[in-house]
Write a protein that binds this ligand. Structure first.
Ligand code: NAP
Length: 289
């Protein structure tokens, strides 16, 4: 992509992502396309920051008066202690992926929750009364639970490779959220049983991500055509789970839809204007090939 018509001026505002590694991040492509589409004098860069330098990096970004920044692995939790204020959704999830610099006050948000809600709402009219199966107990799973509960999901069946981790996550979140959940061991028998009773399946593990393109946690034959299948993995753009779900006639939500949704919410927080979601989506799909 050429940025030859992008003029950096002495007024250009900086946004960025900090993480380790960040060399595969799609956020710079997505946000720079969005800034250009909206005619904003902003630029977005990726900074590789290791754990040892996180505190200095955050103070540096504050001193440079950046407009805001994204936070990615492995800093989404550690950043909580370095900010001045944490938004309610980010407190619920226990992780921050977006920081806004409001006149020197650094405020942490979790726009993964917005990304999950916008991706789900594009395919499901309402989550009220629906049951979901959630596989995973990491940061993405926590954001999924917050999004599902905020949108009125009736019951969440939670499974994870490490059962104790899922138990801890559910107990922690249920202290802050009114959630109706069932914990199950992750096994073929429990998957079969759970899938018979749910409307939505969510994979919140990295299974199926590049280069393991032929891996899926849910056997194709268990997927039914009247369900919604959401995979948080966004590289490749269609995981095996999503390809299998399409073959079975289910509604699918590939992870890039969540990725664009979280990016659009961050863009709005930094600029105050609605994000050009279609342009951001096209930029991400083009980058994914
Ligand atoms: P995380 O905090 O490290 O959690 C990973 C989870 O996946 C854990 O529950 C882990 O189980 C489970 N897991 C990992 N490998 C597994 C395997 N081989 N078999 C079964 N379970 C396995 O990671 P995260 O931040 O939640 O991210 C998860 C995925 O979501 C990543 O691929 C990430 O790129 C993606 N993501 C996408 C978006 C988006 O915008 N679309 C946003 C955030 C994250 P154990 O507890 O047993 O280890």
């Amino acid at each position: 992509m050429s940025y030859s018509n992008c003029i950096i001026s002495n007024k250009t505002r900086l946004c960025c992502v900090i993480g380790h590694p960040v060399d595969k991040s799609l956020s710079p492509i997505m946000h720079n396309e969005a800034f250009r589409a909206k005619g904003l004098d902003y630029v977005y860069l990726a900074f590789d920051v290791d754990t040892f330098h996180l505190k200095e990096a955050v103070e540096g970004l504050r001193a440079l008066k950046v407009k805001g920044f994204n936070v990615t692995m492995p800093h989404k939790v550690a950043i909580l202690n370095l900010l001045d204020r944490i938004d309610e959704d980010a407190s619920l999830v226990g992780a921050v992926n977006t920081v806004v610099n409001d006149d020197g006050e650094l405020i942490g948000y979790n726009t993964d929750v917005n990304g999950i809600i916008s991706a789900l709402e594009a395919k499901v009219h309402s989550l009220k009364g629906l049951k979901a199966l959630l596989i995973g107990a990491g940061g993405a799973a926590r954001a999924c639970i917050v999004a599902l509960v905020l949108k009125g999901c009736k019951e969440i069946i939670i499974m994870n490779r490490n059962f104790d981790k899922a138990k801890l996550m559910a107990e922690d979140l249920s202290k802050k959220l009114k959630m109706n959940y069932i914990l199950e061991e992750l096994s073929m028998d429990s998957l079969k049983k759970a899938i018979n009773s749910v409307d939505i399946i969510i994979n919140a593990t990295p299974i199926g991500t590049y280069p393991n393109l032929d891996e899926s946690i849910v056997p194709q034959e268990l997927i039914k055509k009247d369900m919604v299948v959401f995979d948080v993995v966004y590289n490749p753009k269609k995981t095996k789970l999503i390809r299998d779900a399409e073959k079975m006639g289910a509604k699918v939500i590939p992870g890039y839809e969540m990725f664009v949704g979280q990016g659009a919410a961050s863009f709005k927080l930094w600029t105050g204007i609605d994000a050009p979601v279609d342009i951001m989506g096209r930029a991400v799909l083009k980058a994914l090939g």
